[in-house]
Design a protein around this ligand. Structure first.
Ligand SMILES: Cc1ncc(COP(=O)(O)O)c(C=O)c1O
Length: 469
């Protein structure tokens, strides 16, 4: 017979554990010190046949799991892009988990659907996007971009791709700069368009898509009998923050009748601050935009705002309603599963609601401004050291640098070695990238509760570990 657990006792235990974890996370090494297999070796090879007591399960969790985690809520997580989680939004996630609703249709969770529409509205207003955009909360930017590429494909093929497949169809082409995220490539793979139909446009000295090259590529493709479908513009690229001239890209797209999707997965959160909005000047001309509040705004994973100008077009691409999904009671309702690839959906809007209400737009703006300011401060300090070089200047809170000790020729190896030492040390966590043929170290702030002193610790860790080499 199925055991009944004392839900109240164990949910309180989980809340106590979570509180202690968040209070003490700064004392843990940021990146897990585990070696591959450390966790698997401690997990039973087969599932238990009989129920186990919750205290044993909980004790195993505490013993095995936290040390095997890389701590994304550590204030000195400066790697990749952040995936920050505001405490109030974590509480909303707990509540959503208790209800564990499947929010595919209005009818299956009216509150979730209506709150989602409202939260898209709040996000849109806080970023000063025009009310010509509506939208949906997708799980990730990869999904939002896939939806956008599918939309480009169907629009270009006069809505025949879903029914007839792609064989015998003209080759639909999508354009993006060489500095865009790999989720764009993957979207073309999954949409059946193929890597060869993603035309990578070189960038200029400002790391922006070269507009002349873009225009030439579109013209050449038309002459070759291909079917240009859309452009993905990048605002805040992953490697070093590359940002296209969105207005000019959209102008070309308008002339060429192409769909524009803007990938602002990371940088988009900063658009709640008016002073940063010049970065995506012209964004109102785009057809769709993705911004990940789960990266930098404080909404726990997964939460990607996918703003769309013409939701009917997105629905035409993705809506499929067999009898068992039809609802009859109401008109003028939104069924968000018709705006996304997945049918089943989590209740994502609750955490956005708690987030905005617990901190206010002004509190979130202050956090982002601090992050940017503290990153710039660290960049300036490293730049002033004779044995360090800033490779790319800060774009919002992201910059790249190298250790350049005198007389050393193999700087790539030295910097990868330094990175390894930094991450093994545990005080901070950084990652590397390639920039114009050089291995460089990325630095990006973003954890929700980090302080200025955390970037001071980063400076000490980076410089002292480099000079010990
Ligand atoms: C610019 C950019 N776009 C897209 C993505 C993919 O985001 P997600 O993990 O939400 O799919 C990332 C991830 O870091 C990114 O940096």
């Amino acid at each position: 017979m199925k055991e009944k657990i004392d839900f109240k006792l164990w949910s309180h235990a989980a809340a106590d554990w979570s509180t202690q974890y968040l209070e003490g996370v700064a004392n843990r090494p940021v990146r897990s010190p585990n070696a591959p297999g450390d966790v698997s070796a401690q997990i039973a090879a087969t599932p238990p046949q009989k129920a186990e007591p919750m205290d044993v399960i909980f004790a195993d969790f505490e013993r095995i799991i936290p040390d095997g985690m890389t701590h994304w809520q550590h204030p000195r997580f400066f790697a990749y892009f952040p995936s920050n989680a505001a405490p109030a939004a974590i509480i909303a996630e707990q509540l959503a988990a208790a209800m564990s609703a499947q929010c595919m249709l209005w009818q299956t969770s009216p509150a979730a659907t209506e709150l989602e529409s409202s939260m898209i509205g709040w996000l849109r207003q806080s970023m000063d996007l025009p009310d010509t955009f509506s939208g949906v909360l997708q799980d990730t930017a990869s999904s939002a971009t896939l939806c956008a590429v599918l939309n480009m494909r169907e629009r270009a093929l006069d809505w025949k791709g879903n029914t007839q497949g792609l064989s015998g169809m003209p080759r639909v082409r999508v354009y993006a700069s060489t500095r865009t995220h790999s989720s764009i490539d993957k979207a073309l793979w999954v949409a059946g368009l193929g890597q060869d139909n993603l035309v990578k446009i070189p960038t200029n000295e400002h790391f922006q898509m070269d507009l002349e090259a873009l225009q030439e590529a579109i013209t050449a493709d038309r002459q070759a009998g291909f079917l240009p479908g859309g452009i993905v513009a990048c605002v805040g690229g992953t490697s070093m923050g590359a940002t296209d001239d969105v207005r000019q890209v959209c102008n070309i797209a308008r002339r060429e009748d192409l769909f524009v999707h803007v990938d602002a997965a990371w940088a988009g959160s900063a658009m709640i601050c008016p002073e940063f909005r010049e970065l995506w000047d012209g964004v109102e001309l785009a057809d769709s935009i993705v911004v990940n509040p789960h990266k930098w705004l404080g909404a726990p994973m997964e939460c990607s705002a996918h703003f769309v100008k013409d939701p009917a077009m997105l629905q035409r691409t993705l809506s499929i309603t067999p009898e068992y999904l039809k609802t009859r009671e109401h008109e003028d309702i939104v069924n968000f599963s018709e705006w996304s690839v997945q049918l089943g959906r989590r209740f994502r809007a609750l955490k956005v609601w708690f987030l905005f209400r617990a901190y206010g737009v002004s509190g979130l703006q202050e956090m982002i401004r601090n992050h940017v300011q503290w990153s710039v401060k660290l960049a300036r300090r490293l730049e002033a050291e004779s044995d360090f070089e800033l490779v790319t200047q800060p774009i919002l809170s992201l910059f790249t640098f190298r250790y350049t000790p005198a007389g050393n020729t193999n700087l790539d190896e030295i910097n990868l070695d330094l990175l390894q030492r930094i991450n093994n040390d545990g005080r901070i966590y950084l990652t590397q990238t390639d920039h114009d043929g050089k291995k460089v170290i990325r630095f990006v702030t973003g954890q929700f509760d980090m302080q200025e002193s955390d970037v001071d610790i980063a400076f000490d860790a980076i410089t002292s570990l480099a000079r010990e080499m």
